[in-house]
Design a protein around this ligand. Structure first.
Ligand SMILES: Cc1cc2nc3c(=O)[nH]c(=O)nc-3n(C[C@H](O)[C@H](O)[C@H](O)COP(=O)(O)OP(=O)(O)OC[C@H]3O[C@@H](n4cnc5c(N)ncnc54)[C@H](O)[C@@H]3O)c2cc1C
Length: 172
């Protein structure tokens, strides 16, 4: 038997901390893909005599992707650090999942916008990025559920107990 009698539900819920963590990391990778494809296209496509990367409003979309990527990455790295220390990370993982998925949806929308009509077609992968980003905003706890969790933590309505078993440290 894993754990103790009557603990099954809690253990099952604990598994969400692992699934959500991988979703956060995956969403961050999706932002990176949006950024890489957008930078490449923005440096190729010309309108009004210059590459579209030179237009300020295109730069704004690129910047949002950069910020989304960096912040998302730091959030799941923080959650991973907690996991490696054997610390409860439900709050950190939920925040990383929520933020990274929201940022990836925004990044994918921007990528489609930067590609213009090509972004809407399936000739380029950015339309697929957009669809994939949307799925992760819904599964592993929808954005709304994570928002409620985060507010409840901040308001003191939700408090997690520490993990019962100490994990071995990486050195052991
Ligand atoms: C691409 C994809 C892959 C999936 N893969 C899996 C999988 O592998 N395994 C699995 O078990 N499930 C999977 N799901 C299902 C997913 O977990 C559910 O779709 C998700 O939990 C939302 O449930 P629902 O679709 O019934 O929406 P509902 O629960 O009907 O929610 C509809 C809307 O209402 C909002 N809402 C619901 N309750 C509240 C509330 N209390 N407060 C505020 N807003 C609320 C939701 O955020 C959502 O926006 C997948 C979904 C997608 C899109």
């Amino acid at each position: 038997m894993l754990g103790q009698e009557g603990e099954g539900f809690k253990i099952a819920m604990f598994a969400l901390d692992q699934g959500r963590y991988t979703v956060a990391a995956g969403a961050t990778g999706l932002i990176r893909a949006c950024l890489d494809y957008s930078v490449k296209y923005a440096n190729e496509r010309k309108t009004f005599g210059e590459v579209i990367g030179k237009h300020q409003l295109v730069k704004e979309m690129i910047t949002e992707m950069v910020v989304g990527y960096e912040c998302s990455r730091l959030l799941w790295l923080k959650a991973g650090w907690c996991k490696n220390k054997g610390l409860r990370s439900t709050r950190e993982t939920s925040l990383a999942k929520m933020y990274a998925c929201d940022a990836s949806e925004r990044a994918a929308s921007h990528a489609v916008q930067i590609y213009g009509a090509y972004g809407y077609s399936n000739e380029y992968p950015v339309e697929r990025f957009y669809r994939n980003a949307k799925g992760a905003v819904i599964y592993e706890g929808s954005r709304e559920i994570h928002k409620i969790m985060q507010a409840d933590y901040a308001l003191g309505y939700r408090v997690d107990k520490p993990t019962r078993c100490t994990l071995p440290t990486p050195e052991e």
